[in-house]
Design a protein. Structure first.
Ligand code: SF4
Ligand SMILES: [Zn+2]
Length: 323
């Protein structure tokens, strides 16, 4: 069985450019979304979920990728499920250990990232993941989305307190893992300018907590795209939400550059039907290329050199139109 989504793209691993395989495995889906009215307002993972999926089919998706893709140069694997990898009711302990065992057997892979909501995390489970990976570096990924409590819990419906997030950071440290924090760029209800400020402040918060807990941390930005069957899609169709302009993404990266490793997610996991952040037809692909380049080498010069006629229009439009 094929995974829900996979992509090989540039990434920076321990200061060196490399490739990463991002793979999203179809599972039963996110328990939090099941129990909370669809879960987070921007998330479309439930569109890929399959209630009757077996352990064999879950493991088979990773086997498909390992057997069929050219993984040379892939030093990082982001092993995503449609929810929480550490929730036994979404991924059984048996399936988890088979998946990690498969990755342990890939000698070129140095880092594996997994993702889970806070309620399923324990130091013991994280240590187990490390052991099953045979000593590879484990990046524990958590969707904080925003450091702002109102944005995170009232707008995105994340159901995550800062206290719980900070507890996780300490557990990650205790288990000897590193931290990967997902932050959204422009959740609904924020103007373009507010979204820029929200993203910058969120990065400040993440690296501050990581420093305080002495944990190695990375930030992965997810510029919001429109998924089917979400509250966000409804807002978008009612013209109550506008996608972020790629120039704002560039501005955010320039402002947070130097604080720590920052990655910009540029794929939609087959969920957006092309309703993705953009700028104009002339500069769209060059901005995406420059962001990919940044993901690879963390060198800001490519982003600083970007220019286009649409940029002055964009700058004029930053007047706080709420959408
Ligand atoms: S973002 Fe994560 S926690 Fe929220 S609904 Fe989607 S999978 Fe579940
Ligand atoms: Zn342009």
């Amino acid at each position: 069985m094929q995974p829900a989504f996979y992509r090989i793209s540039p990434v920076n691993v321990s200061g060196e450019g490399a490739n990463r395989l991002m793979i999203v495995l179809t599972t039963k889906g996110c328990e939090y979304a099941h129990n909370n009215d669809g879960g987070c307002t921007v998330c479309g993972f439930m569109n890929h979920a399959r209630e009757d999926i077996t352990d064999g089919e879950i493991v088979g998706q990773l086997e498909f990728a390992v057997d069929n893709l050219d993984l040379s140069g892939v030093k990082e694997v982001d092993l995503l499920t449609l929810g929480s990898f550490l929730n036994d009711r979404e991924v059984s302990p048996e399936a988890r250990s088979r998946l990690l065992g498969k990755l342990a057997g890939l000698p070129e892979v140095e880092v594996v990232s997994i993702e889970s909501r806070a309620e399923y995390v324990s130091v013991e489970k994280l240590r187990q993941v490390r052991e099953l990976l045979g000593g590879k570096m484990v990046d524990f990924g958590i969707g904080l989305e925003s450091a702002d409590d109102h944005v995170r819990n009232n707008i995105i419906n994340k159901g995550l307190s800062r206290k719980a997030f900070e507890r996780i950071v300490k557990q990650v440290k205790e288990a000897g893992c590193s931290l990967l924090v997902y932050l959204l760029i422009k959740p609904p209800g924020l103007s373009e300018t507010e979204a820029i400020e929200d993203a910058v402040k969120s990065v400040d918060y993440v690296f501050e907590i990581a420093r305080r807990c002495d944990v190695r941390a990375r930030v992965a930005f997810e510029p919001v795209f429109i998924c089917e069957n979400t509250l966000l899609e409804k807002l978008f169709k009612d013209a109550k939400y506008r996608l972020v302009n790629l120039w704002s993404v560039v501005q955010i990266v320039k402002r947070v550059h130097g604080q720590g490793t920052v990655f910009i997610g540029l794929s939609d996991e087959n969920l957006s039907r092309d309703r993705l952040p953009s700028s104009c037809d002339k500069c769209n692909s060059s901005i995406i290329r420059a962001l990919e380049h940044y993901n690879f080498n963390q060198d800001i010069s490519g982003l600083e050199a970007l220019t286009c006629d649409c940029k002055s229009e964009y700058e004029k439009s930053l007047k706080g139109v709420r959408s």
